[in-house]
Design a protein around this ligand. Structure first.
Ligand SMILES: [Zn+2]
Ligand SMILES: [Zn+2]
Ligand SMILES: [Zn+2]
Length: 257
């Protein structure tokens, strides 16, 4: 089945440009150096599946003319991946197939329930709530004829999820990938990997580390994401092998799901 992946956001938690910064990347006029918080949209056969709801979701949805969402998958509960949940509201009203299902690991679901207590509180009396329901991920998810397989990655001290769907995989926010997960990432056409910057970071991968993973897994094409303001788009791409590129907001790719 043919599918399209749209990069809604390719930036790290603070976004690029970063508030209060006047470095050359934050001041760059290259639109690919403008990075909203990290998220992708996967569309196939008239369905749309979103990975993470960033604080920039509203802006991303308007930019990409998102008019429907059939499911949301969460990688983990850090602020840059969940805080746009409330902006699902307009897409969650007037659906003819019930609430929008949100799929997350049990711990992530618990955090989402805490942060957005009012949404899940039956006592809340002000109306206008996002019509969503949380489901626990307990294995591969079968959604509208495609399979989304959770892939465990290590993000500092925490284990979180990336996802493989057909010939593509999206792994944001990791410092290492366990052997058992690497074994499930063979024969990919598209591989998205965290690559925050060149300098080491305790909870994120670097360009160098992610290049090693690409060398090992040999996907047809790899894209780096969750990028901070230390990497200029054009200049960094010029230093990468041809099958590896920095992702950028608005990038669209076709693949088999
Ligand atoms: Zn993040
Ligand atoms: Zn900057
Ligand atoms: Zn994170």
């Amino acid at each position: 089945m043919k599918a399209q992946l749209t990069v809604l956001g390719s930036g790290t938690s603070m976004g690029v440009p970063t508030i209060g910064c006047d470095c050359r990347v934050c001041l760059s006029t290259d639109p690919r150096d403008k990075r909203t918080r990290p998220s992708v949209l996967i569309e196939y056969e008239g369905h749309a599946v979103l990975i993470d709801t960033t604080p920039d979701f509203r802006e991303q949805a308007i930019r990409e003319h998102i008019i429907r969402l059939d499911a949301v998958l969460y990688t983990h509960a850090h602020a840059d991946h969940i805080l746009g949940l409330d902006d699902l509201r307009p897409l969650s009203f007037h659906r003819n197939n019930g609430k929008i299902p949100l799929y997350a690991h049990q711990d992530t679901g618990r955090m989402i329930r805490n942060v957005f207590r009012y949404i899940f509180d039956s006592e809340y009396k002000y109306g206008g709530l996002a019509q969503v329901e949380l489901h626990r991920i307990e294995g591969p998810l079968h959604l509208f004829g495609a399979v989304f397989e959770p892939i465990t990655v290590v993000h500092g001290d925490a284990e979180i999820y990336g996802f493989r769907f057909g010939s593509a995989a999206y792994l944001t926010d990791f410092s290492t990938i366990p052997e058992a997960s690497l074994a499930r990432l063979e024969a990919l056409d598209l591989l998205f990997l965290d690559a925050l910057r060149h300098r080491p970071h305790p909870t994120h991968s670097t360009v160098e580390n992610s290049l090693c993973i690409v060398e090992r897994l040999r996907p047809k094409r790899a894209f780096f994401t969750h990028i901070c303001h230390e990497l200029a788009h054009e200049e960094t791409n010029a230093s990468l092998p041809p099958q590896v590129r920095l992702a950028h907001d608005g990038l669209k790719l076709e693949f088999e799901i």
